[in-house]
Design a protein around this ligand. Sequence first.
Ligand code: BES
Ligand code: MN
Ligand code: ZN
Length: 497
Amino acid sequence: MDIRFVTAGGGDVVAVMATEAGELLDAGKALDAAANGRIAKAMKAARFTGAAGQVADILAPEGIDFGRVLVIGLGKPDAANGMTVERWAGHAVKRTLTSGAEKLVLQPDALPTVSKAEAGAHAAMGARLAAYRFDTYKTKLKPEQKPTLQAVEIMMDGTAAAKARAEKDSAIVEGVFFARDLVSEPPNVLYPESFAERLRDLETLGVEVDLIEPAQMERLGMGALLGVAQGSAHPARLVAMKWNGAATKKGKPLALVGKGVTFDTGGISLKPGAGMDEMKGDMGGAAAVAGVMKAVALRKAKANVVGVVALVENMPGANAQRPGDIVNTMSGQTIEVLNTDAEGRLILADAVWYAQDKFDPAAVIDLATLTGAVIVALGHEHAGLFSSDEDLAHAITAAAQTEGESVWRLPLSPAYDKLIDTPNADMKNIAGKPMAGSIVGAQFIKRFIKEGVPWAHLDIAGTAWKPAPYEDPISPTWATGYGVRLLNRLIANRYED
Ligand code: BES
Ligand code: MN
Ligand code: ZN
């Protein structure tokens, strides 16, 4: 699908903005005038109120060069931001993608806190994100189920600034799509080795990619990572991706670490069968890290960033680890594995240590679909944010807000840390009782963060994918790509702007 910026012309469908109270904005008013007031009349007949996401779908009024008009509500104009424009554009694309229409024209207006150029760029972003589909394995789509939309034109005066921004943003879209594709792939196709191979492709963009195999993990003492992998026929991989774009090449990098469990059965602490297929997405943290690396490389970010992902399949099997096993980690600390389903923290223990040991990072941020408990606490609206560093926590919260990838901070404290003490080893991988599950997971990872290293953990179990009836026009399928935009923004804010 092409995105173009134009100043005039027609098309199959046009979309304009309206605010709550059912008021058309300028572009819509001009169109309505050309159509002799028929658009306003149809809005009234449809009881259109301009609520966010509400659509009045109007067929071919005379006097204008479009077959259909979509008046799409923004809600309250004062509350509208860039994300509001993206969702507005997303609704328009969702309505037209397979409708038979080939050309959609978006006419964004400036809003109280969004300039015209920003509105144009966000419209492009929303249109692209909404057009995403994962049809790789659909061989029998009927013609009416296939996308027909060939082009989205963003019509506005003074297109240059919006166009320049939108061109830069395409790197972010590519990163989000990379993450979504990885999360969507089935677990028989995407397993540690095949995942690692896909990451190797980032070399063509100038990313340095290092693949670490079990023999080397053994030498490094990564017993926790190897312990999770040992029940699977697929050997583990640890992949380090390095983007050195800062002016000072030796500047300490930001390290992003991702949980990449390509399928989580729970291991010997087997999960119940219902819905277990969703655990193909248990590599959403690794996918987000991969997506950010792709985005920063594509846009040649002036920042030093390393991505480290731990890739394993958590399976029960003759060689699987048992509840009660005690494993060694690269850090030297030992872990009593009391539940093989709390595997994410085990692989992250070795992965975050490796990232610190190898790259001496300025800060570490890990992303993981770590706990079901974070869904109990926050649903699918916010990722859980944990951090030992106020500055980093605030920077992440700000980036999350701008990009519409919300976070909510949860506490850490020595009292929670105590819950993972055990008489048998340095720590155990679950608390004695099922309580504060997401915090306990975070406390566990924290034990592998070196003194003085700013660290944050994002529990994305509720946000990496969303269950079926969930409606978000700019994230139309199961996999969201959550984290790519947030981290890309954080990098831009911290190291570039
Ligand atoms: N991958 C799961 C967490 C998860 C659950 C992600 C639902 C997405 C949706 C993780 O490995 C897990 O099994 N966690 C356990 C931890 C428990 C054993 C302490 C959980 O949440 O039940
Ligand atoms: Mn698990
Ligand atoms: Zn898991």
